[in-house]
Design a protein around this ligand. Structure first.
Ligand code: GLU
Length: 295
């Protein structure tokens, strides 16, 4: 997308634990990409999944970003305050026949091979009792690939990318793919920079943009940090929280990871000076074009 709108990027952590090295990569990469274009960098706390939320994590993440000199623009947005917008969009999708209720359990879908095959699309089940799915059958052109500014042309698993995905869960919580699109639109995000672990969700999200008739943002999916092939650092596998007291060594390591090693003269500086250097010297083409890197 070549858009002339002012650049707006974002970092959107889920508060399911402290910031670890893997999430620092997404924060730093999105920050440098935004700031190198004099853009704004927003922080949004994706707190729409209370069962997975860890008490105090949101505050801790924000303090860690500040300790690393990653200062955001404007106010932090909390998805937990955005229910009205999600409900309005759900009502609109329902009115336009672009969503439907689905009673399939995970177990049933697993038995059918792991992908949802539109079983409930024409059943007209009561909306309030079940999960809600988007109806992608209305899309003139199914989204099975997209262009990533780092990874190049990405071809997705077509069946997975075009399945009618969940937009509201049976337990009443909003689905990530719904909330991320509506909030990125609301915040005017022009480019999404995040970990390549989210590559497979991008087709679904672009489908939603198309149904809403809104231009999707540009995408950059950064390599994710893994401890062994396929094993990403994550809150789920208890990745260690990064050091808030002594951030410089971790910040330098994160710059190395992104292919932007700071010169030795920078190693004795504070985070803000290192970030100034990194913004000036940021080179998208130096980031390894990989989906994962072992650390
Ligand atoms: N909240 C999501 C996560 O922490 C990321 C959302 C996104 O960048 O699209 O995995």
């Amino acid at each position: 997308m070549s858009n002339k709108k002012p650049y707006r990027g974002r970092f959107a952590p889920s508060p399911s634990g402290a910031l670890h090295f893997g999430s620092l990569i997404a924060a730093l990469g999105s920050y440098l990409q935004a700031k190198s274009q004099q853009g704004s960098w927003q922080v949004r706390i994706d707190d729409i999944d209370p069962p997975r939320e860890v008490h105090g994590a949101a505050q801790d993440i924000l303090q860690t970003l500040q300790a690393y000199g990653l200062n955001w623009d404007g106010d932090v947005i909390y998805q937990s305050t955005r229910s009205r917008s999600y409900e309005q969009l759900l009502a609109k999708l329902s009115d336009l026949n672009l969503s439907y209720a689905c009673a399939c359990t995970r177990k049933i879908i697993k038995l059918q091979g792991g992908l949802y095959r539109g079983t409930c699309r024409n059943k007209h089940l009561a909306q309030h009792k079940h999960a809600l799915r988007i109806n992608l059958h209305n899309l003139a052109q199914p989204v099975t690939h997209f262009h990533d500014r780092l990874q190049g042309d990405v071809y997705l698993n077509a069946l997975e990318a075009t399945e009618d995905f969940i937009i509201k869960r049976k337990d009443g919580f909003y689905a990530y793919n719904l909330a991320v699109v509506i909030d990125d639109i609301y915040q005017g995000i022009t480019e999404v920079v995040r970990g390549s672990d989210l590559l497979s969700t991008t087709g679904k999200q672009i489908s939603l943009y198309k149904l809403l008739n809104v231009q999707e943002p540009d995408y950059i999916h950064l390599p994710v940090a893994v401890t062994a092939p396929g094993l990403k650092l994550s809150k789920q596998n208890h990745a260690l929280a990064i050091d808030k007291e002594n951030p410089v060594p971790t910040l330098l390591k994160a710059l190395d990871f992104l292919g932007q090693p700071a010169p030795l003269a920078m190693h004795t500086q504070d985070c803000s000076k290192i970030l100034d250097w990194a913004v000036k010297n940021w080179s998208l083409s130096s980031i390894p074009k990989k989906s994962e890197i072992k650390i």
